[in-house]
Design a protein around this ligand. Sequence first.
Ligand SMILES: Nc1ncnc2c1ncn2[C@@H]1O[C@H](COP(=O)(O)OP(=O)(O)OP(=O)(O)O)[C@@H](O)[C@H]1O
Ligand SMILES: [Mg+2]
Length: 254
Amino acid sequence: MAIKIGIANRKGGIGKSSTALALAAGLKNRGYKVLMIDTDPQRNTTNVYKAQTDGVATLYDIIFAGYKAADCIQHTEYGDIIASDENLQNADTQIKLGPGMYKYIRNAVKDVENDYDFIIYDTQPHAGILLGNVLMSCQYVITPCTCDAFGIQGIMDFYETINEYQEDNENLTILGLLIIKYNGRQSLTKDIEENLLPSYAEKMNTKVFNTRIRESVKCREAQTLRRSIFDYAPKSTTAIDYNTLIDEILKEVE
Ligand SMILES: Nc1ncnc2c1ncn2[C@@H]1O[C@H](COP(=O)(O)OP(=O)(O)OP(=O)(O)O)[C@@H](O)[C@H]1O
Ligand SMILES: [Mg+2]
């Protein structure tokens, strides 16, 4: 049965897609069967996977047409993915309101849960029907944040969102807060890293991962070339750090 991990934060541009991409590729490299579900209508992850969005079934069909996951999976060189769809931008206003509206993804993935070791969900940067569907479907959330005043803003609000879904999805836990785009311990960020973030983590019943993902230009380059960081720059700090993070995650979830 797949271990399901959502990469989420209500903040934009904070490294959700980068983390989802690196985890999926790193786990696949270790021989695990991984399915990526891109739930962000921006389709950054879909794009890196070079997945199709026209003339194929996507997440849109799961949300609006009752498709099952197996109907929508594309097998790409990067890995298996359910692509997102730009039409999902209006999902919040188009969705038929009702008790089942947060369970489309959860119900759709049931038919493939035994085919994968991990299902990774990339998410969009705000609370709404798509994030709600992810939080009803996954067991774990990893929340990337940067070690600066803006980078940690809104984390406690995000925790409130998670709390709401924990009432209906009792398996849902925050696996950890992940410091990314890390520049080393600096006097300006030291207090955030050593005091503020750990105190937020404690309030959220979670921890800050020991691994920090260092900032590296290789991360952007790999994404521009639509390659995994492990394939494009295996010796880069980003690749090394994501591998260490995967060790840390596996120790906890397996
Ligand atoms: N470790 C890193 N080092 C350098 N740049 C990074 C690193 N991680 C992410 N980035 C860059 O930061 C930018 C934002 O990252 P990303 O797209 O993963 O964030 P996001 O949270 O998914 O954004 P959105 O909310 O728009 O979906 C990207 O250009 C990405 O290449
Ligand atoms: Mg993203």
